[in-house]
Design a protein around this ligand. Structure first.
Ligand code: AMP
Length: 222
């Protein structure tokens, strides 16, 4: 969990890769549905472009269906879901049925000005998904993906005004989810995400180690 720009996507991708876990990004799943041209996709676009949360009843159905289609035998890393207390409660029910308890919440955070700078400078390859930053991680050729040569895009919801709205919504709707987990006794691993991606990943792994999650899974060497 974490506000927009904290690095949830990049960090969870690396962690899932390292530990062989399934990775589910709610934003990616919703964006794929959005660009499919379906009627549902049109509805999603309205909320997402405005930086609003997609209503619970829509997002819960889509994400819980996706969770059940994944191979979670080595664990599952949820990225961007749940974002409201209602989603968290429904997720608890679904995971209890699947016999998959939540082991921990990894919470990334950084100062608001850092989040804003990161997101407004972000450019994404619409084909392979590689993420760049105009200042800190520019492509070799202006606005062209190094990996596949596709023209990079600036997400419609990555403009300053929309990002501010997304950060406000994070405080209002998503921070209570952290409290919900704290009260339920779920381990919260807090990571200072005001650093390079490599450093944040290292800090996250160290937090996971200290929480004894690796030993429990028999992954002492990870
Ligand atoms: P992200 O890529 O995680 O920043 O998500 C992009 C956008 O997708 C968000 O601003 C929301 O509009 C929508 N979204 C992603 N996950 C959720 C969720 N769990 N609940 C509601 N909306 C979501």
């Amino acid at each position: 969990m974490g506000p927009p720009g904290a690095g949830k996507g990049s960090v969870s991708e690396r962690l899932a890769d390292k530990f062989g876990m399934a990775h589910l990004s709610s934003g990616d799943i919703l964006r794929a549905e959005r660009s499919s041209g379906s009627e549902l996709g049109e509805t999603l676009k309205k909320y997402m472009d405005a930086g609003e949360l997609v209503p619970d009843e829509i997002v819960i159905k889509i994400i819980i269906k996706s969770i059940s289609s994944l191979d979670s035998s080595k664990g599952l890393l949820l990225d961007g879901f749940p974002r409201t207390v209602i989603q968290a409660k429904q997720l608890d029910d679904a995971l209890a049925k699947a016999g998959l308890p939540i082991q921990a919440v990894l919470l990334l955070d950084a100062p608001e000005e850092v989040l804003l700078k990161r997101i407004t400078g972000r450019r994404i390859c619409p084909k392979c998904g590689r993420v760049y930053h105009i200042e800190t991680m520019p492509p070799a050729k202006d606005n062209i993906c190094d990996t596949c040569g596709t023209k990079l895009i600036h997400r419609d919801d990555d403009t300053e005004q929309v990002v501010r709205e997304r950060i406000n919504l994070y405080h209002k709707e998503t921070e209570p989810v952290i409290e919900y987990y704290r009260k339920s006794g779920v381990k919260i691993i807090e990571v200072d995400a005001d650093a390079t991606i490599d450093e944040v990943v290292e800090r996250a792994i160290e937090g996971i180690r200290q929480a004894n999650l690796l030993e429990k899974e028999g992954r002492t060497s990870a």
